[in-house]
Every structure is written in C-alpha cells, then in structure tokens.
Write a protein that binds this ligand. Structure first.
Ligand code: THU
Length: 132
C-alpha cells in the first residue's frame, strides 16, 4: 500500500455518512487503465436502507463508464482487516472472479485476496443462460 493511496483512502473515509454505526468505510475501484471510482458507506435513519461503500463504489464505477473493475481497495479505521459483506461480495463477483480485493487497516497494512476466494460456489451471469 503506497502512502498516496492510503492518504486518499483516509480522506475518503472522512466523507462516509455513518452517524449510527460510527464505522466509516472507504473503497476505491481501479480499472486496468488506472481510472478510479470512489465509494463510502451511506447510512440512513431507517437503518436497513444503509448502502455499503463497496456497492456505492461499483455503481459509481459503472456510471463513470470505466472498463471492467480490476482492483478494489477497502479501508476501515480498524486494526483488523474488514472483508466485504455477503451482499457486496455478490455484486463485486458480477464483473470478474479475478477481481483483486485489498483490505487495508488504519496502519496501512494490507491483505489481498481474489473476490472468487470470498465467494465459493457463486451464482452469476452464466447461471441465467440455462433458461435462454
Ligand atoms: N459496511 C460497509 O460499507 N462495507 C463493509 O464491507 C462492511 C459494512 C458499512 C455498513 C454500515 O454503514 C457500517 O459499515 C456498519 O455495518
């Protein structure tokens, strides 16, 4: 994790809207050309409507017209590494099972996995072909 990227993630986490959990999450998604999309978690007084940083970043990435997501960086202000929730894993898996997911803690330590490692036995676009 380079210092510039960590700085960007920390600044992004400060923009999270997390008044209920006090658990800010920042996500950067990069395509193969180096284009970056950003996401933070956005909570709601109706708690169940909270939207995670990962999905917000994916939606921004797609709306920006970037190429397929290649790398995702997930930062939380914790000592441990935070992995994407189950719903976000499903959404991230949509584009590429080889998507690189790097979890970063507040010290800048990083742990990298592939999204396919987080989603064994996935349901995906190919499963829909069976009915066509
Ligand atoms: N959250 C994320 O944004 N991403 C994760 O990977 C885990 C959880 C958010 C949702 C909620 O705003 C807060 O973290 C606590 O669950």
């Amino acid at each position: 994790m380079n210092a510039e990227m960590l700085d960007e993630l920390k600044k992004l986490a400060a923009r999270a809207y997390a008044p209920y959990s006090h658990f800010p999450v920042a996500v950067l998604i990069r395509d193969r050309n180096g284009e970056l999309a950003r996401g933070v978690n956005v909570e709601n007084a109706s708690y169940g409507l909270t939207s995670c940083a990962e999905r917000n970043a994916v939606f921004s990435f797609v709306a920006s017209g970037f190429e397929k997501p290649a790398e995702l960086f997930l930062y939380t202000e914790t000592d441990s590494f935070t992995a994407p929730c189950g719903a976000c894993r499903q959404v991230l898996m949509e584009f590429d099972p080889e998507l690189s997911v790097t979890m970063i803690n507040q010290s800048g330590e990083a742990k990298r996995v592939l999204i396919s490692e987080l989603v064994p036995l996935p349901f995906g676009p190919k499963d829909l072909d069976d009915v066509r």
